[in-house]
Design a binder for this molecule. Structure first.
Ligand code: SAH
Length: 284
């Protein structure tokens, strides 16, 4: 752990591929730019979370998912989860509420359930990863979702990011190249009652034309460049966010807005995601 101004950051271990972790130096720079905010959030004027809500929510989640957990997430862990997101600069109330409501423990491997509310990426099947919660919240916030939006996600993985998106928009189409992951995410999301998400086995570099156009596109695997074909699927006024850069190294989160005049590009923060690979995986 690195400590900066009293805030702790998990260090990205070199050589260990994490789906979506903010690079420590980038995180420090990012925080430095948000220090004012961080200080405000360090002393919330009212509690961000209540024990009674927690008990109700946990019971509801268990009933809906049929999950038997060895250890239920404890109230302190969930409170720290929210505080970490706020301290690191996430301020959109709807995003924070959604991060609180979606049960991350239902999306991680059973052996990792005790760590579900730590701010780190975790391994899932097929050698892939569920992204770090801060990165999920940050990308979601950057998308500026509206209730009527139709959203495309490339890289379903566990289905966690899709679940978060689905609470803030009308419909999510999420595409995954591993059949094992697509099938398990589809089953998990259905069991948990997320009924406005379609999980498709496919290749995000070749989104079926029948899928239509999108108000928002989020890519959760690293692309060396953003394909023109993908940009064309954005509606006017639409926003795309994607990690762009080398497959095995640091990438930059890029936000592209489709305007009347063309495309406006902005580089946000440095991140590390697993690579986006072409084609449906032949195995798994
Ligand atoms: N959003 C996920 C985590 C993403 S990990 C979650 O919330 O859990 C990145 C995922 O992108 C992996 O599952 C990987 O298999 C998938 N992926 C990589 N290249 C892809 C492509 N071309 N099309 C669709 N999915 C792809």
């Amino acid at each position: 752990m690195a400590i900066y101004g009293g805030y702790r950051f998990p260090i990205v271990v070199p050589g260990v591929e994490t789906a979506a972790s903010l690079n420590a130096p980038a995180a420090l720079g990012f925080l430095a730019g948000n220090r004012g905010k961080a200080q405000i959030f360090a002393k919330p004027s009212r509690p961000v979370w209540h024990q009674s809500d927690y008990a109700r929510q946990t019971a509801a989640v268990r009933a809906a998912s049929g999950i038997t957990m060895a250890v239920a997430p404890n109230p302190t862990e969930k409170m720290m989860f929210q505080l970490t997101l706020r301290r690191r600069g996430v301020s959109d109330q709807a995003v924070l509420r959604t991060m609180e409501e979606v049960p991350r423990e239902a999306f991680v491997a059973p052996a990792d359930r005790d760590d579900a509310y730590r701010d780190s990426a975790l391994g899932i099947a097929c050698g892939q990863t569920i992204s770090q919660p801060f990165v999920v919240a940050y990308m979601t916030e950057q998308l500026q979702l509206q209730k009527q939006h139709r959203v495309l996600e490339i890289g379903t993985g566990s289905g966690y990011q899709a679940a978060i998106l689905s609470r803030l928009c009308r419909h999510v189409l999420t595409i995954e190249r591993y059949r094992t992951l697509a099938d398990s995410a589809r089953a998990r999301l259905e069991k948990l009652g997320y009924d406005n998400i379609e999980v498709l086995l496919g290749d995000g570099f070749d989104v079926p034309a029948g899928g239509g156009d999108f108000d928002r596109i989020i890519v959760t695997a690293a692309m060396e460049r953003i394909p023109e074909k993908l940009l064309e699927r954005l509606r006017p006024g639409g926003v795309l966010i994607a990690p762009v850069g080398p497959h095995h190294g640091v990438q930059t989160l890029v936000r592209i807005i489709r305007t009347e005049a063309g495309f406006e590009r902005k580089e946000l923060v440095d991140v590390r995601f697993v690579p986006a690979l072409p084609g449906i995986a032949r195995e798994l």
